[in-house]
Design a protein. Structure first.
Length: 373
């Protein structure tokens, strides 16, 4: 269902799943609840652009979150409380996100020239065709994107829905930790918001170029192909950094926590690089190549069939040699994604650590940017 998506106009799509509240005055934290960590990002205004005030990455206990589902509410809430203390911010308002696979979103056409109440009713009626659950069991939201390019009397409207239980689960765990949820978004939308920061670093700010953004998590690779602010394609593949962690555990008899720490710091026994790391990096590069092949065979618009740049994000994107391995397999310019490069940084931020952590903070950064919507 989620392999191929309609184009999304990121520049105009500014909300999903829950109405945005006015948060500029009080601040807003971006909080990403991933499979392995709680990631908090706080941004502020600095001149014409955002400034990174502070961030924190707090590890989660093993299996507290599995495939996006919160299995241990108290453990996750406790990790959020620890993260807040380490962050050192007084802000209690947060934007959170659901895993993309837990949401349904689609661009639909509705007749133009309707008053807001009629439009809402029309959207709800049309949504029945695309949402495989009773509407009283989902949170449904929509955003008018503008007049349809193909039908002058219609509007393009993006609908987005998720099961209420999944939304309420994440809101509840944030509230258990003493936070107030202002925004519920989707991982894919949050990454696209952060991508706007990445574009500023690219030649001609990425105009008329096609990008493949790979977010490499613990258990899945998320591929988004983007051109001129539109998501042309989205796909998830079941492969991630937890496989290397398990390999380390089996080879050296380490605990999960010791394996994760060793993987991150490269403080592992002699032979690790040749025996485990390089074969895994090659397999990961092969999965990325395969994802691009899926894109090439799934999108029929010929001018998009050449990806100009590959951007690597997520916790596993910093594995030594991965960018070179992807370049070697795809022959496409490959770079590590850092959404903070064009931002100023406060004195709370240690730049050395930020360089290591930034690629894993795309979702949290995109959520924190909701403050400026």
């Amino acid at each position: 269902m989620f392999d191929k998506k309609p184009s999304l106009d990121v520049s105009r799509l500014k909300k999903a799943l829950a109405p945005l509240l006015s948060t500029t005055e009080h601040g807003l934290l971006g909080m990403d609840i991933s499979s392995t960590a709680i990631k908090l990002v706080e941004l502020s205004s600095a001149g014409r652009g955002p400034q990174l005030e502070r961030y924190v990455v707090e590890p989660l206990p093993k299996d507290a979150v599995v495939e996006g589902n919160i299995q241990n509410m108290e453990a996750v809430a406790e990790a959020i409380r620890h993260a807040r203390r380490h962050l050192g911010s007084s802000c209690k308002r947060v934007a959170i996100a659901l895993p993309t696979a837990m949401a349904i979103y689609k661009k639909i056409l509705v007749p133009a020239a309707q008053n807001p109440d009629d439009l809402a009713m029309q959207v709800e009626a049309e949504s029945n065709q695309y949402i495989p659950f009773p509407l009283d069991e989902v949170n449904l939201d929509y955003q008018v994107l503008g007049p349809s390019a193909n039908s002058g009397n219609d509007l393009d409207v993006m609908i987005c829905a998720a099961r209420k239980e999944k939304v309420e689960e994440r809101v509840a765990v944030a509230e258990m930790a003493g936070l107030k949820v202002d925004v519920v978004d989707i991982d894919a939308f949050a990454m696209l918001a952060a991508f706007e920061q990445l574009q500023q670093q690219l030649p001609d700010q990425g105009i008329n170029q096609t990008f493949a953004l790979f977010d490499i998590g613990a258990t899945a690779i998320h591929c988004s192909v983007i051109r001129n602010g539109q998501q042309l394609y989205y796909r998830e593949q079941a492969f991630g950094g937890s496989q290397l962690t398990r390999d380390i555990q089996r080879r050296y008899g380490y605990s999960h926590e010791e394996s994760e720490h060793g993987k991150r710091t490269m403080m592992l026994p002699e032979g690790y690089e040749n025996e485990l790391l390089r074969p895994f990096v090659d397999s990961l590069a092969q999965e990325i190549q395969r994802a691009l092949q899926f894109f090439y065979t799934s999108v029929s618009v010929s001018q998009y069939l050449r990806v100009d740049y590959i951007l690597l994000a997520g916790g596993s994107s910093m594995l030594a040699g991965l960018d070179d391995a992807v370049l070697g397999r795809t022959q496409i310019s490959t770079m590590i994604a850092n959404p903070f490069t064009t931002m100023t940084h406060s004195s709370h931020v240690e730049l050395k650590n930020l360089l290591l952590d930034a690629p894993s903070l795309l979702v949290a950064c995109g959520l924190a940017l909701r403050r400026f919507d």
